[in-house]
Ligand binder design. Sequence first.
Ligand SMILES: [Zn+2]
Length: 119
Amino acid sequence: MPCNVLKCQDPPSEQFIYSEEPQKEAVLCERHHRLIQDGAEWRFDLDSGRIIMGDDLLGTHMYVVSPRPMSVEWSVADPPGTRRLNLEVRRLGSDTSERLTLALSDEAAAALKDMIEGP
Ligand SMILES: [Zn+2]
């Protein structure tokens, strides 16, 4: 069995614990193990059972939310009765931040803001 990183065919040489509770291990080639040790982004994909890294992360459409800057503003007509929640997000696997605007009901906006900012 090759390295657990998606598309990698290199022989594994390192054990990697990707989940503590419950503990789950993967086997990685030397190169991918070193990249993860050096802080490269990765995520475990339940569908494929593989670890996803590099440009393949962009295709997972996962976004990391930065807690700041963020604002909640009333919106008069876009659509009516909603609040806009502006978030700074970064697509996993990308270095570039972008702005994501959600139109939410008042309750949903408040709940999401609490969830992101914490108590
Ligand atoms: Zn590998």
